[in-house]
Design a protein around this ligand. Structure first.
Ligand code: HEM
Length: 532
């Protein structure tokens, strides 16, 4: 961050949609400006008959780890190689921006970290990252526990009700339950607002879901319909979107206003400065930003920061819990092992920060769920100037040259399921992170090295960018430890109490893709009280 060479690029294009379209068309007609790169020109039906990343996976096996995807006037370079990913995300991180993703998210997140221009990003990242310090994370353990216990109470009540009718099993749609749990947690931890969505519905919750659904729709839609003049007034889904955004903005403005009004009166400031969260009444990130960093930021920026956290931190964590449960429900031996660990480490106690160090197997289960179902499945970038990608991988000793404006998908899904880096990549095997794996046929890849784990959650460093659950480099997720802890506690608190099975077959739980991976019709499970 302090590297003076990191400057906003004067080359950064200020584009309109028409510019993009005509650039893309020119690019396409000229072979994408990228010489010799394999081209995947599969049938368009491949793209629409199933989630995009399945087609991207098949083409990866067919065309290799760097190929060009050309359909219609659009050209994307699809990367499934750890060395090239490391280069784009870390070594030349500032040679790229978020491209298409920023176009989609800017109307929702404004200048929040994900779509922000480089200058804003630098100053906001510097302000936000210290907010996730270890004392804050420790204070959040209480929030994770409180919210997970609410979900347990709700599920307990459903089972009790079933028992009164003569059954000890209840059908529950767990994806929706995890979504409510994650929403409550992010509301309380980021801006001390209790959505209470586990137990009730409210206009703000409806507006949050409406906005998330629109963000998702935009990310999978071919034409940026939201940019058409008057669409905001004429297209019903756009009218609804702006109404939803209005409701959330009003709620956030109100919270920011209240945090600012109480700023000077709070004796919490001293406790905050000393990182003593036992004395802080409101430990939220908003409180930290207002109290510690208040002068240098306007309310609109604060609102963009909060909105970004809300969106980035909600569905991602809900999805990890959903897919962990999906995988566990098919693997009773692994569930037993997790439950034994929970019993040994926690007994009947609430999990603490210290306990998380010892929930080693549960942590591997979460990491393995993230490997098989990464959120998001693709990382999106656009080159800000001509560049040369590292070569040496299969079929390309020299590295491809790419022109300025090249749109890139780093397929985390392909990396995580690559047969070149993982043994039996499709199988759910949490202990794989404990086995060393090297492959001398992949030049430059350092392999999977469990000695780099050192009690932490598996990460991109220990797998030399073949595992990218939270991205990598300077734009790596700011909430990675928060999310890992939240998911571990959520899973531990629930699995201690309940046994879970799928209601139907795993094949019935179809995948749909958006910004994150969802189930098509929910994750319907059979839940019962765990027999000790
Ligand atoms: C960025 C994943 C939870 C806030 C990212 C990126 C990934 C990611 C892959 C990098 C995107 C890119 O390089 O284009 C996840 C997953 C989560 C999670 C899988 C849950 C399991 C959270 C939470 C928060 C958060 C809980 C906040 C409370 C952010 C922000 C960025 C980000 C602000 C942008 C960082 C930047 O550009 O500097 N996340 N995330 N995420 N995440 Fe997360």
């Amino acid at each position: 961050l302090d590297d003076p060479s990191i400057q906003p690029s004067p080359l950064k294009p200020q584009r309109t949609f028409l510019d993009n379209a005509s650039n893309a068309l020119t690019n396409f007609l000229s072979g994408g400006g990228i010489q010799n790169m394999p081209v995947a020109d599969g049938a368009i039906s491949d793209l629409f008959s199933r989630p995009l990343f399945f087609a991207l996976y098949d083409w990866f096996l067919e065309h290799g780890p760097v190929y060009k995807l050309a359909f219609g006037p659009k050209v994307f370079v699809v990367v499934s190689d750890p060395i090239v990913s490391r280069y784009i995300l870390r070594e030349n991180a500032f040679g790229y921006d978020k491209g298409v993703l920023a176009d989609i998210l800017e109307p929702i997140m404004g200048k929040g970290l994900i779509p922000a221009d480089l200058n804003t990003w630098k100053s906001r990242r510097r302000a936000l990252v210290p907010g996730f310090h270890s004392a804050y994370l420790e204070a959040m353990v209480r929030v994770f526990n409180d919210c997970a216990e609410r979900t347990v109470s709700k599920l307990d009540a459903l089972i009790k009700d079933a028992e009164s009718k003569g059954s000890n099993v209840v059908d529950v749609e767990m994806e929706a339950e995890y979504s409510s749990l994650a929403l409550d947690i992010i509301g309380l931890s980021v801006f001390n607002y209790d959505f209470g969505s586990v137990t009730k519905e409210s206009p703000v919750i409806a507006a949050v879901y409406g906005t998330l659904a629109e963000a998702e729709h935009r990310s999978t839609f071919y034409i940026p319909y939201w940019k058409f003049p008057l669409s905001r007034w004429l297209v019903p889904r756009q009218r609804k979107f702006h109404a939803d955004l209005g409701v959330i903005n009003e709620c956030l403005d109100d919270l920011i206003g209240r945090a600012q009004e109480t700023r000077q009166q709070e004796d919490d400031i001293e406790a905050l400065q000393q990182r003593d969260y036992s004395k802080v009444r409101d430990a939220s990130l908003l409180r930290f930003l207002v109290d510690m960093r208040g002068e240098d930021v306007d309310n609109k920026q604060l609102r963009d920061d909060l909105m970004t956290m809300l969106i980035a931190g909600h569905e991602t964590t809900a999805a990890v819990l959903t897919w962990s449960t999906f995988l566990l429900a098919q693997n009773p031996t692994i569930v037993t092992k997790v439950q034994q660990e929970i019993d040994t480490v926690l007994g009947d106690r609430r999990p603490t920060l210290e306990d998380l160090k010892n929930l080693k197997y549960t942590k591997l289960v979460i990491a393995e769920a993230l490997r098989l179902y990464p959120q998001p499945p693709l990382l999106i970038r656009r080159s800000l100037q001509p560049d040369k990608l590292p070569g040496g991988h299969k079929g390309d000793p020299d590295g491809y040259s790419i022109p300025k404006g090249t749109d890139i998908f780093i397929s985390v899904f392909n990396l995580h399921r690559s047969p070149y880096f993982w043994e039996n990549p499709e199988s759910f095997d949490p202990e794989r992170f404990l086995r060393r794996r090297v492959d001398s046929s992949i030049p430059g890849w350092a392999g999977i090295d469990p000695t780099k784990l050192q009690g932490l959650y598996p990460n991109e460093i220990m797998a030399d960018f073949a595992f990218l659950p939270f991205g990598g480099g300077p734009r790596k997720c700011v909430g990675d430890q928060f999310a890992f802890m939240e998911a571990t506690i959520g899973l531990a608190v629930l699995l201690r109490k309940f046994s879970v099975e799928l209601r139907g077959s795993p094949q019935e739980v179809e995948l749909v893709t958006g910004a994150t991976l969802h189930t098509k019709n929910g994750l319907w499970c059979k839940l019962s009280k765990r027999q000790s």
